[in-house]
Design a protein around this ligand. Structure first.
Ligand SMILES: Nc1ncnc2c1ncn2[C@@H]1O[C@H](COP(=O)(O)OP(=O)(O)O)[C@@H](O)[C@H]1O
Ligand SMILES: [Mg+2]
Length: 222
């Protein structure tokens, strides 16, 4: 039993569109130091759950309590700086890699620190030259790492990672996983990560497996 107040308490959260349930009710408590691996078949609602936790989607039932406050009472921008979602398909914008990494600084009215940007790139096997590269010239794996680094310019308290290593080869996957593990350990960031990888699942401290919604849905759409 853990009596400490959770950082985030996800209580019976579910999501439907019309009659169709996309996420069955799920409860989860996140405490400082937690590292949770989220898995389950395709269509079981994993991405939906992370988007709900990130407050990018509003659940159709249930409640999220962040540090003792219902998140519907918190300012969305401030909450999203603390609970940060990294998309499965990176959503880059602007022209260059620099534009993407500089944005979190600009939002906070700060000047990007060049040496930090370079160090971040190097930590995931990307060269400093990358900064001026057009985002249209990036491979899928490069985009994924740039998207992840954008979320890590300022550390959130909870980092939600949606299959962020799925487009990476083994070497780059290991670099990203080692960065994530370092952040969890040194920066005390709570990490919830979606993965199907059997090795990841075996090594995870905590595993949450989602089951797909009831079969009625399948029958309806058949
Ligand atoms: N905006 C949406 N509107 C309707 N259906 C959606 C929407 N987003 C996702 N879905 C459906 O919701 C279900 C769960 O999706 P998702 O959370 O992406 O699952 P997972 O990440 O586990 O593969 C899927 O059946 C998907 O097709
Ligand atoms: Mg998904």
């Amino acid at each position: 039993m853990d009596d400490a107040l959770p950082l985030l308490d996800v209580k019976d959260v579910a999501f439907s569109v019309g009659d169709r349930q996309l996420l069955r009710p799920v409860s989860l408590q996140l405490h400082e130091g937690d590292c949770v691996l989220l898995t389950g078949p395709s269509g079981s609602g994993k991405s939906t759950l992370l988007k709900i936790i990130a407050s990018l989607l509003t659940p159709t039932s249930g409640q999220l309590i962040f540090r003792n406050s219902d998140i519907t009472t918190l300012k969305a921008e401030a909450y999203r700086q603390q609970v940060s979602y990294c998309f499965q398909t990176p959503q880059l914008f602007g022209q260059t890699v620099y534009d993407n990494l500089a944005l979190p600084w600009q939002i906070r009215r700060q000047k990007p620190q060049q040496e930090k940007l370079v160090a971040h790139l190097e930590s995931v096997n990307l060269s400093p030259d990358m900064l001026n590269k057009s985002i249209e010239q990036l491979s899928g794996g490069e985009k994924q790492r740039v998207g992840l680094l954008r979320n890590l310019q300022f550390m959130p308290q909870i980092l939600l990672l949606d299959e962020v290593t799925s487009a990476l080869d083994e070497e780059n996957k290991l670099a990203v996983l080692s960065l994530i593990n370092r952040i969890a350990a040194e920066e005390k960031v709570v990490v919830v990560r979606i993965s199907h990888d059997v090795n990841d699942i075996q090594q995870a401290e905590q595993v949450l497996r989602l089951e797909p919604p009831e079969k009625e849905n399948a029958r309806e759409s058949a």
